[in-house]
Write a protein that binds this ligand. Structure first.
Ligand code: PGA
Length: 221
């Protein structure tokens, strides 16, 4: 079986209590057999990274932790920034270039390329987001998430055959090992994507906020 990624992007949701509750409920609901080909990654907001890293250990849930962003600067006098050096104590992955970062925070390809360098300097695995097959992918990136903007948070996922074509193109052009699909994925439609040959998993926003939904989605892949 091919390796599959299930990445939960909590965006700017959840207090500490809500996050703790998520893991308690996930632990009670989880009926996943251990599978080395399945990589599940929870990406909470920065203030919850430490708590989530503790909770997966405490609840013995085989999930990894990721950050939703990383500073394009190294450690230093950069007020409000979170550098890779600070993230790496708690997380193994980082999402870079999400369309919401590009749109609301005006992140450019240049800035994002610097972020990738920082992530790599601190040994973080990058999940790099693009919204089309034209998306520029920085060197050394091995996991790409294809997320068409019109599909994010709208309840209108991309056509699976389109997602498959883009994923195949991105692999052929850039030599990346894994391409994930993201945009309104649910338990009902996940198999339409994960069963396609070029798609290696999903990046999930809304359907990752309730543990029941997210675990059900993994089970339906
Ligand atoms: P969505 O978000 O699943 O809520 O559409 C996906 C994403 O933005 O990564």
């Amino acid at each position: 079986m091919k390796k599959q990624f299930f990445i939960a992007n909590w965006k700017s949701h959840k207090t500490a209590d809500e996050a703790t509750q998520w893991f308690v409920e996930a632990a009670a609901d989880i009926h996943l057999t251990k599978d080395s080909e399945r990589e599940v990654v929870i990406c909470p907001p920065f203030p919850l990274l430490s708590l989530c890293a503790e909770e997966v250990k405490k609840q013995q849930i085989p999930f990894a932790i990721g950050a939703q962003d990383v500073s394009s600067f190294s450690e230093g006098a950069y007020t409000g920034e979170v550098s890779g050096r600070l993230i790496k104590d708690f997380a193994t992955y980082v999402i870079i270039g999400h369309s919401e970062r590009r749109r609301y925070f005006h992140e450019t390809d240049e800035m994002l390329f610097e972020k990738v360098k920082q992530a790599h300097a601190y040994g973080l695995q990058v999940v790099y987001c693009v919204d089309s097959k034209e998306g520029k992918i920085p060197e050394g990136v091995n996991i790409v998430a294809y997320e068409p903007v019109a599909a994010i948070g709208t309840g209108h996922p991309d056509d699976p055959s389109d997602a498959e074509a883009v994923a195949g193109f991105l692999k052929a052009q850039n030599g990346v090992s894994y391409v994930l699909y993201g945009g309104s994925v649910t338990a009902e439609d996940i198999a339409n994507y994960t069963q396609l040959p070029s798609i290696d998993g999903v990046l999930v926003g809304g359907a990752s906020l309730a543990p029941k939904d997210f675990i059900s989605l993994i089970q339906h892949a």
